[in-house]
Design a protein around this ligand. Structure first.
Ligand SMILES: Cc1cc2nc3c(=O)[nH]c(=O)nc-3n(C[C@H](O)[C@H](O)[C@H](O)COP(=O)(O)OP(=O)(O)OC[C@H]3O[C@@H](n4cnc5c(N)ncnc54)[C@H](O)[C@@H]3O)c2cc1C
Length: 388
């Protein structure tokens, strides 16, 4: 087999690369027996993600606002009259994107794990392990869409990401009364270094949280949150855990190799959401792949047009998200409560209600205009944020 493009990972970004690399002879390699499982996602996305994926049939619920809980117990109720986010069936979402790649001509090789590669004259000899033993594929271009612990990235000497957050989520067989608002919890006792969520999803409820890597296992915090929320009597229908990569590595391309999605930490640093950024970077990668194959130049220099493209498209918002995350992780519970007190005003909640989950940095200026004293929490980082 000598395909022009080999994509490792049949998740949403791998499938998006394959679907958009039209005309290229492409193989998508997925280690699991089928795409879409195990699910390691809350499935909360802005409506633009569903539109980008043309996957409206995956929508399970519509969210119009949030209830933000501070460590001391203060709650900010922020509502709006418009859909702010959809809750999606993530398994179905992945299946749809994969089917689209296959319909476009890509071959899907499930049950095969990428194990490494050797460089041969101008190309790569990719090693896979499958049910019938080892397999080799030669290709001029390898895309690593293999998630946060990208083996492709490691073998290519790219990465790792700058930080990781450990996520965990339980789906409970219980219906929340308020189906329109996501609950978000902050504080060192709930989710140190990140946040926790309770998400209404019809007859089911998704309860989860993230914890910075240095704070250990997240399952203890999950049990405490479910109890605090009074949901410990509900039957658990699913439990999933995963790692959220934060902060892209310095380089995401090497000779004959490109990283996309979680493999490149194309994830919003503040919320951990990676579907929008991953799919956008995947489209850029497909463009670069087609150009590079057509020209026959698969050098790092040629492929760096992909790196320029994603930095231009999503890089600035990732950088701003890193700065906001720095301010956030620098706050102890007392400071978070002080912020809660400062934001608990009708005119400020009106500003919060205009927020967009994909562009949290857009709230910085209007919020600071209403509450200038917020700047005291990190004058340097906030100053840099406003200059970007
Ligand atoms: C708890 C949690 C909640 C989240 N919630 C949200 C959310 O609400 N909204 C949002 O936008 N994002 C969310 N995310 C992030 C989102 O799930 C990821 O950003 C997204 O899945 C990235 O897609 P991907 O295709 O790059 O990687 P993945 O979805 O991780 O896919 C990688 C694929 O590569 C395969 N693979 C890995 N190694 C190999 C190998 N060696 N050989 C062959 N195949 C391999 C894997 O089996 C997998 O199918 C969440 C993440 C976590 C952990």
């Amino acid at each position: 087999m000598h395909p022009q493009l080999v994509v490792i990972g049949g998740g949403p970004t791998g499938s998006t690369v394959a679907a958009h690399a039209s005309g290229l002879d492409t193989i998508v390699v997925e280690e699991h027996a089928s795409v879409g499982t195990p699910v390691q996602c809350t499935g909360l996305v802005h409506p633009r993600v569903v539109e980008l994926a043309s996957a409206s049939e995956t929508v399970l619920n519509t969210i119009t606002g949030l209830k933000l809980f501070f460590p001391g117990g203060r709650m900010l109720d922020v509502g709006s009259n418009e859909p702010k986010a959809f809750v999606i069936d993530r398994r179905r979402f992945d299946e749809i994107l994969s089917a689209r790649a296959v319909d476009g001509g890509a071959k899907l090789l499930t049950g095969h794990r990428f194990e490494g590669f050797e460089r041969i004259e101008g190309a790569l000899r990719v090693r896979l392990a499958g049910p019938e033993g080892p397999k080799h594929i030669e290709t001029p271009l390898l895309v690593g869409a293999d998630g946060y612990k990208s083996s492709v990235g490691r073998c290519a000497g790219l990465g790792p990401c700058r930080e990781t957050v450990r996520g965990i989520q339980a789906e409970l067989d219980v219906r929340l009364e308020d189906q329109e608002k996501v609950e978000v919890y902050l504080g060192s006792k709930v989710a140190p270094g990140f946040f926790a969520w309770v998400l209404p999803c019809g007859e089911r409820t998704r309860v989860g949280l993230g914890v910075s890597a240095e704070h250990g296992a997240p399952n203890v915090y999950l049990a405490a949150l479910i109890k605090r929320r009074g949901l410990d009597g509900a039957r658990r229908t699913a439990l999933n855990a995963g790692i959220i990569p934060i902060g892209p590595p310095r380089r995401t391309v090497a000779d004959n190799i490109v990283l996309v999605g979680d493999a490149a930490a194309h994830v919003k640093p503040l919320s951990g959401g990676g579907l929008l950024l991953g799919m956008r970077s995947a489209r850029s990668a497909a463009q670069t792949a087609m150009g590079a194959i057509a020209s026959g130049d698969l050098s790092e220099r040629s492929l760096s047009s992909y790196e320029d493209a994603w930095r231009e498209d999503i890089g600035k918002e990732i950088d701003r998200g890193m700065l906001i995350r720095k301010v956030f992780t620098g706050m102890n519970d007392r400071k978070l409560d002080e912020v809660g007190r400062m934001l608990d005003r009708d005119d400020v909640k009106e500003v919060l209600a205009t927020g967009d989950i994909d562009y949290p940095s857009k709230l910085a200026r209007p919020l600071l205009r209403r509450v200038p004293s917020l700047v005291k929490f990190s004058p340097t980082a906030i100053g840099r944020l406003l200059r970007r």
